[in-house]
Design a protein around this ligand. Structure first.
Ligand code: 5CA
Length: 495
């Protein structure tokens, strides 16, 4: 039973507050002072200039690839999104990379909204940092150890607690510089024993990892709660319901951690929960991320019911949930947040001078989102027998334009007109301008899962009409090209 929230961008007010042509900057929420000109929230920072299928690179596969065991992997291969290079390592072809960018963009927008600072750390790290924390040996075989030409031990980072702590201790020495949360979105490598399910469990994968530094436990708990809230918002914008569940901290350490799980039959984790939890929505509520009580309230609302992964499952506690609400299911872990106190700051000497003048180790936590895994998770949660069904929030192209009679002058020019009008509004249409039969064009559009399709043919045009079709419901409606454009503007929250 996969769970998908049918969210449209109009669920999010920041999307509605007017778009300016092709500027990739998000509209600010109502509470904050306006920064720059608003545009479509979550827009691709590198929009394509050539969105015509005759010139695009979309190597779709007709046959089901034998190596793919789950539907999302199969569909991502068939839709020409990824190509395996070696076990658990993939190239991202243009369509796949486009979805990845849109997910990454939403992650950035929500991180910045919560007051966190983007940066970028390298993929290759010196082993010595990991010797300081004790994890160089403790991390085991998943850590890819590398030796450079000077015989120095290096490693390909599976996570960055040590490196960020090293940056912190070099530059921050006073409590006045706290609180501080830094994050980046960077490729990671974990030499997984069983890479599988495509990008879902890769060896090389893209992760957002963030790290908070706070003076004391109370402040660090607020950072934890703030991350939980911002993650709820982040996943909902992607059209996903990701449920925070109490989990185990594994090699990251610490005693407080939640995983965010998307329910899906093919998920790798077994989960146990009170069914009431699936009724919760973060929705459109205003949140002040500096308000500790407000953030804690949201955390309590979303974590007070029983919801655990098999690692922390407690039969006795689960038995207290009314029987008709007890659920056992499977889930995909799309993120995890940790509070680990002074584990790394103690080991690595990351202290600040407190208000009393005495040095004290900083309290820390780390917070991850599986950015590349999300592409698989969304495909797994949102598809039908014909292909993927992208939620509007992450779709690679906002709409497809299907020309039913390529080469017919008036049909071609109507399609070009719609393409230009949508592009001028800051939307990205994908125009199927190939000389192919209608059935083949529809099948391609269904496979790659664009949520809206405008079908343009000579017969409809005689009455001044095109057809606007929803990929999700299959419902089609005849209307003028102008009305179709206006409808799409409305759907994507362009004033
Ligand atoms: N340092 C902490 C928080 S930044 C950390 O590494 N957390 S983690 O191990 O839970 O990873 C964060 C997220 O990355 C996971 O929730 C998962 O969504 C994603 N992830 C982890 N391993 C893989 C993998 N092998 N392939 C794809 N995504 C992965």
């Amino acid at each position: 039973s996969s769970v998908v929230l049918m969210l449209t961008p109009s669920t999010f007010p920041q999307c509605r507050r007017g778009a300016r042509r092709s500027s990739p900057i998000a509209a600010p929420p109502a509470r904050l002072p306006p920064r720059r000109a608003p545009a479509i929230a979550g827009a691709d920072p590198f929009p394509e200039s050539q969105m015509r299928l005759s010139r695009y690179f979309l190597p779709v596969l007709r046959e089901n690839p034998a190596e793919a065991q789950i539907v999302s992997h199969r569909l991502m291969l068939r839709a020409g999104m990824i190509k395996q290079s070696s076990a658990g390592i993939y190239s991202w072809l243009p369509l796949g990379w486009k979805v990845l960018r849109r997910i990454e963009q939403i992650v950035h927008e929500e991180q910045v909204r919560a007051g966190h600072h983007p940066m970028l750390m390298p993929t290759i790290q010196p082993a010595d940092l990991w010797r300081e924390s004790g994890r160089y040996d403790a991390y085991g075989d998943e850590l890819l150890r590398i030796r450079d030409r000077q015989d120095r031990d290096m490693l390909y980072g599976p996570t960055n607690e040590e490196m960020i702590t090293d940056i912190f201790r070099a530059h921050v020495s006073s409590y006045r510089d706290l609180p501080l949360t830094l994050y980046h979105v960077q490729w990671k490598f974990r030499d997984e024993m069983r890479p599988r399910f495509g990008v879902m469990r890769g060896r090389e994968f893209l992760m957002k990892d963030g790290y908070n530094f706070d003076l004391d436990e109370a402040a660090a708990r607020h950072a934890y709660n703030r991350h939980l809230v911002s993650y709820l918002r982040t996943y909902e914008r992607m059209g996903l319901q990701a449920i925070p569940m109490r989990a185990d901290s594994g090699p990251i350490g610490g005693d407080d951690t939640h995983e965010f799980l998307v329910l899906a039959e093919t998920g790798e984790s077994e989960v146990f929960y009170d069914s009431e939890i699936t009724d919760l929505r973060f929705g459109d509520r205003a949140i002040d991320y500096d308000d500790a009580a407000q953030c804690r309230g949201v955390l309590e609302e979303f974590t007070s019911r029983y919801a655990r992964t098999d690692e922390t499952h407690d039969e006795a506690a689960f038995a207290k949930v009314p029987e008709d609400r007890r659920r056992t299911a499977r889930g995909i872990e799309v993120g995890q947040i940790f509070y680990f106190g002074t584990k790394y700051s103690d080991a690595m000497g990351a202290t600040v001078q407190g208000p009393d003048g005495k040095p004290a180790p900083v309290h820390m936590g780390s917070h991850g989102i599986g950015v590349s895994r999300l592409v698989g998770a969304i495909s797994e949660a949102s598809h039908d027998e014909n292909g993927i069904v992208w939620p509007e929030g992450v779709t690679p192209f906002h709409a497809g334009i299907v020309n039913l009679k390529q080469g017919d002058a008036s049909t071609d020019s109507a399609c070009e007109g719609i393409y230009d009008a949508l592009t001028a509004e800051g939307l990205e249409p994908l125009y199927d301008d190939r000389k192919e039969r209608a059935g083949g064009k529809f099948a391609t559009m269904d496979l790659i899962g664009l949520p809206w399709r405008i079908t343009v043919g000579p017969r409809g045009l005689q009455n001044g009409k095109v057809e606007l079709t929803s990929r999700r419901t299959g419902e089609a409606e005849e209307m003028s090209p102008e009305a179709a454009i206006a409808r799409l503007k409305d759907i994507y929250g362009i004033a």
